[in-house]
Design a protein around this ligand. Structure first.
Ligand SMILES: [Fe+2]
Ligand SMILES: [Fe+2]
Length: 199
C-alpha cells in the first residue's frame, strides 16, 4: 500500500518551513498515539523465554518487579516504570537502563526517570562484588535527590524479582496501564508533547 499522507518538501532541514513541520508534527504525534504502545508490548514480548542465565526469564523478572510494586501500593506510573525497567536487556545488554529511561522520559516524573536510568548501578550493590567490581559504586550517587527513591526500587522490587515460585500476573494485566501512558490519553496535545520533549 502506498503512503499517500502529506509529506514535507524540503531536502535540507535548514530549508524547512512551518508548513513542513506542521505535517511532520502531526505525523509524529499520530505515530506516538497509535504505534508506541504496540511497539512497547512487542518489545516486552521479546523478553519472554530469554533467561540469560537467570532462574526466571526476563519477562517474568519484569512482571514480578511490577507486581511487587503494585502490591506495595505504588501508583500506575511507577508500576509501568517497574515493568519496563529492563526492556533494554536484549537490545543493549551492557547499558540496558538507558533504553528504558529513554523510552519513559517524556511520560514520567524526573524522580521515576532517574530511578530507571540509575537502577543498574544501584542494583549492582547486590552482585558487582561477584564480578570483581565495586559493589559500592552506587555510593557516588548517594547525594542525589532521587537516590533513596531508586534504592527503594532496587531493594523492594527489582532485587527480589527472580523467584520461580512467585506468581505474577501476565503482561496483559498491565496492558491498560501501558495504553494509558503511551496512547492518545498520555501526551495528548501538541503542547503536552513540547513540554515533554523539552524537560
Ligand atoms: Fe536492570
Ligand atoms: Fe531488573
Amino acid at each position: 500500500m502506498t503512503d499517500t499522507a502529506p509529506r514535507a518538501t524540503f531536502t535540507r532541514m535548514d530549508q524547512s518551513t512551518k508548513e513542513d513541520w506542521d505535517i511532520i508534527v502531526g505525523a509524529v504525534i499520530n505515530h506516538a498515539h497509535t504505534q508506541v504502545y504496540g511497539n512497547v508490548m512487542q518489545q516486552m514480548e521479546t523478553l519472554r523465554g530469554d533467561h540469560g542465565g537467570f532462574a526466571v526469564d526476563r519477562l517474568t523478572h519484569c512482571l514480578q518487579t511490577a507486581y511487587l510494586a503494585e502490591q506495595d501500593g505504588k501508583d500506575d506510573e511507577y508500576i509501568v516504570c517497574a515493568l519496563l525497567h529492563d526492556i533494554g536487556d536484549v537490545l543493549a545488554p551492557f547499558n540496558h537502563p538507558d533504553i528504558a529511561a529513554g523510552i519513559l522520559k517524556p511520560y514520567v516524573s524526573e524522580a521515576n526517570h532517574w530511578m530507571v536510568q540509575n537502577h543498574g548501578t544501584v542494583q549492582g550493590y547486590y552482585y558487582f562484588h561477584h564480578l570483581g567490581m565495586d559493589r559500592n559504586k552506587r555510593d557516588e550517587l548517594k547525594s542525589h535527590d532521587y537516590y533513596e527513591h531508586c534504592e527503594e526500587f532496587c531493594a523492594k522490587f527489582d532485587m527480589p524479582a527472580f523467584d520461580p515460585e512467585m506468581t505474577a500476573p501476565p503482561l496483559s494485566h498491565y496492558a491498560p496501564l501501558l495504553e494509558a501512558m503511551f496512547g492518545p490519553g498520555g501526551l495528548a496535545s501538541v503542547d503536552d508533547v513540547k513540554g515533554a520533549v523539552q524537560k
